[in-house]
Design a protein around this ligand. Structure first.
Ligand code: AP5
Length: 235
């Protein structure tokens, strides 16, 4: 897939349940538009690994498959979005995840509009829809490379050599919260706390839904077409 030089794409929000393909598609979008992926799950896992105060607080919550309190999220997200590589846009993967987070993000973007020489554009919000049974297969089969972050699936996207990353040969790992007993809690948190985020954007006429129950490349093609049409409409 051809990549473009960075241009002002603005924020892209990927919504969808655990396993919908937010991380997988973020990597494709990131490569195409040269804008960073901002995954709140990855940011939190990094804090957990470094045993920061935030990481110590988040660890048990994440292990139960629950959401980390909103107030803990705002600081790490604001800090990340103010980094220079986010100037032309970024892909939000896993944020916002509650209606309160969506309201906070709108207020944050509005404030940045006044404070910044390079005002961010309004977000393009894309929801990935996937059937429940398919989600379970995707989550239980997911493996990732701790070195380069590449995502595999033992059922649908296996590595060439069992358990080893195609790119750097590192042994693939399974996320702690991808165990069967945790998955139900994560899906329940999505139903109760995160579905209202889609309603929040739908009520504002900003939500676009994509059938993500197809091959990765087909889903990517549709997402890129949506982003291109929004970006050229705003140019
Ligand atoms: P987070 O890391 O955000 O996890 P998640 O939302 O549960 O999403 P996943 O990473 O599980 O799935 P994905 O949609 O990215 O799918 P992927 O591309 O990997 O959050 C983890 C935890 O952190 C939360 O539970 C919470 O505690 C905390 N947290 C994070 N953000 C927070 C926030 N904002 N507020 C509060 N708490 C927060 O794909 C899955 C698998 O499917 C892979 O194996 C992949 O290869 C495969 N696959 C992908 N697409 C396809 C396809 N089209 N066909 C076949 N297979 C596919």
């Amino acid at each position: 897939m051809a990549s473009e030089t960075a241009r002002n794409i603005g924020p892209i929000i990927l919504l969808g349940p655990p396993g919908a393909g937010k991380g997988t598609q973020s990597k494709q979008i990131m490569q195409h538009y040269c804008i960073p992926q901002v995954s709140t799950g990855d940011l939190l896992r990094d804090h957990v690994q470094r045993q920061t105060p935030l990481g110590l607080e988040a660890k048990a919550i994440m292990e139960r498959g629950e959401l980390v309190p909103d107030e803990l999220m705002y600081g790490i997200v604001a800090k990340r979005l103010r980094e220079p590589d986010s100037r032309y846009g970024y892909i939000l993967d896993g944020f916002p995840r509650t209606a309160a987070q969506a309201g906070w993000l709108d207020a944050f973007l509005e404030k940045e509009l006044f404070d910044n020489d390079y005002p961010p554009r309004p977000p393009i919000v894309i929801r990935l829809n996937v059937d429940y049974t398919q989600l379970l297969l995707r989550i239980t089969g997911r493996r990732s490379c701790p070195t380069c972050g590449r995502i595999y699936n033992v059922h649908s996207r296996p590595p060439r050599i069992d358990e080893l990353c195609d790119l750097d040969g590192t042994k693939l790992t399974q996320r702690d919260d991808d165990r069967k007993e945790i998955i139900a809690g994560r899906l329940a948190a999505y139903e109760v706390q995160t579905k209202p985020v889609a309603d929040y954007y739908e009520a504002r006429g900003r939500l676009v839904s994509v059938n993500a129950d197809r091959e990765v490349e087909e889903v990517t093609a549709e997402i890129l077409a949506i982003i291109d049409s929004h970006a050229s409409a705003r140019a």
